[in-house]
Design a protein around this ligand. Structure first.
Ligand code: F0G
Length: 459
């Protein structure tokens, strides 16, 4: 059968206008935003690929669930529905709702980490790293070597380096490793999946040392789809069965439901450890809310419960992964260097390679982000030295990141194929002019998480 077009497995019931701007307007908005996309007003953005977090469109079933929200302070029906959905998919005993992923991370790390501890992860996301460091622990990234090579093709580039994990645990001692984390898919490493086999191996290392394994589950449904497509033995399993097996190797998870929960706000922390759950619950009451709402409205819990089901639908996942791959293929055909193979939720342009004339200390990723906005009103985000580097206060030298990437994150169920075709055209035009793109100088910053507020000028 001839390959047919990927079609969006939904039709559109409500629309939101997006606004065209002129090149002169964009120039002005970008200067006003000091070349930082986080400081741009969304109304001046045409296609917003800043993040796939909280930017998805809810289904009619989710909107129907919203009306069912029980807003009782304690013991709301919506909580019990949400809890049973999470227990069913993830298999963990204790479920604590939080307003988003980083609240779950903060509660987890402040409960289990003490100063001097070490937390390994395949790659920490920015907020995860910041939360670990805030708790006084050291965040160590242990991706497989292929995970740091943008052009290398590997089916599970998100995998953790199991040998490096064992060496680290031997070096620092298991008592200083309060938990190991695995991020699925590996966001900072290109949205790349982790294999079931890798999770099983990491889990075995953890269990042999008595260290709990937690999964950063943001994009668990997309990761489950990749396992089904790429790992032997999973072709006939449903994404739900794959997810259930994946989490069976772990002791708990943190979740930003703003990704594969298909909601605009929400998250949770889950664990099998009763002592940890109790300590976390106390902190939850102090900082987020009573444990049956955790800083959310009852309607948000309902939307999450339905969204977690939606995210595991096979038609949806097939379309989701195919449409991201479509963007990746078209950019590759144009010659644009991207992290290969395409990830689940985003395409990552290798800015170090595309803008080889701009050294890392002049932020090639940020420069490319600026060029994409100027050319076509597209908002992307840098994942490189702006996000993960640091300026030495004494010498002014920049510690640079291992990769200089620009992420085009695709909101879920929001843009159609013609929007994506437009993105391909704009990136191609920027690629043709790449030699003329200037580097940037950071003129103001406030660590930690400096990328959200840093200000730049062109060099
Ligand atoms: N972990 C990962 C892997 C993430 O990608 C994110 C958020 C978080 C944790 C934190 O979740 O935002 O709900 O507090 N990532 C978004 C992004 C912001 O753009 O990739 P949160």
């Amino acid at each position: 059968m001839a390959a047919r077009s990927i079609i969006e497995p939904f039709r559109i019931k409500s629309v939101e206008p997006i606004r065209m701007t002129t090149p002169a307007e964009r120039e002005r908005f970008l200067v006003e935003a000091a070349y930082n996309p986080f400081l741009l007003r969304a109304q001046y953005v045409l296609i917003d690929l800043l993040t796939d977090s909280g930017t998805g469109a809810m289904s009619s079933e989710q909107w129907a669930s919203i009306m069912r929200g029980d807003e009782s302070y304690a013991g709301a029906t919506s909580f019990y529905r949400f809890e049973s959905v999470v227990q069913d998919i993830f298999g963990f005993r204790y479920v604590l709702p939080t307003h988003q992923g980083r609240a779950a991370e903060r509660i987890l790390f402040t409960t289990v980490c003490k100063p001097g501890d070490v937390v390994p992860n395949n790659t920490h996301f920015d907020t995860t790293r910041a939360s670990v460091e805030y708790a006084g622990a050291r965040a160590v990234d242990l991706p497989i070597p292929e995970g740091r090579e943008p052009a290398t093709i590997h089916p599970f580039k998100g995998n953790m380096d199991v040998g490096a994990l064992e060496a680290l645990v031997d070096e620092v001692g298991a008592d200083r490793v309060p938990l190991v984390m695995i991020t699925i898919t590996n966001n900072s490493g290109g949205g790349q999946p982790v294999s079931m086999e890798n999770v099983r191996q990491v889990s075995a290392v953890c269990r042999s040392h008595g260290i709990p394994l937690y999964i950063d589950a943001c994009r668990f449904a997309e990761n489950s789809w990749f396992i089904r497509e790429r790992e032997a033995g999973y072709q006939d399993r449903t994404p739900r069965e794959i997810a259930r097996e994946l989490f069976s190797y772990a002791d708990g998870c943190t979740m930003s439901a703003k990704k594969d929960g298909l909601v605009n706000i929400g998250g949770f922390l889950a664990t099998n450890n009763e002592m940890v759950a109790r300590a976390e619950s106390r902190l939850l009451i102090l900082t987020e809310g009573f444990p049956t709402y955790g800083g959310l409205a009852g309607r948000d819990l309902e939307a999450m419960a339905t969204g977690l089901h939606d995210a595991l639908e096979e038609d949806y996942l097939r379309y989701r992964i195919a449409s991201t791959a479509y963007l990746g293929q078209r950019l590759t055909e144009t010659g644009v260097p991207i992290v290969q193979p395409p990830g689940g939720h985003a395409i990552y342009i290798d800015a170090a390679s595309m803008l080889a004339h701009i050294p890392a200390r002049m932020f090639p990723g940020q420069a490319l982000v600026a060029a994409l906005y100027l050319e076509g009103g597209i908002r992307a985000v840098e994942i490189g030295t702006v996000m993960f580097g640091a300026t030495n206060e004494q010498t002014g030298e920049e510690t640079t990141a291992p990769m200089e990437l620009v992420r085009l994150a695709i909101p879920r169920r929001v843009y159609t194929q013609s929007h994506i075709d437009y993105v391909c055209e704009v990136v191609a035009d920027v690629y043709a002019k790449r030699a003329d793109i200037p580097g940037l100088r950071m003129v103001w910053q406030a660590p930690p998480l400096r990328h959200f507020t840093a200000r730049f000028e062109t060099v």
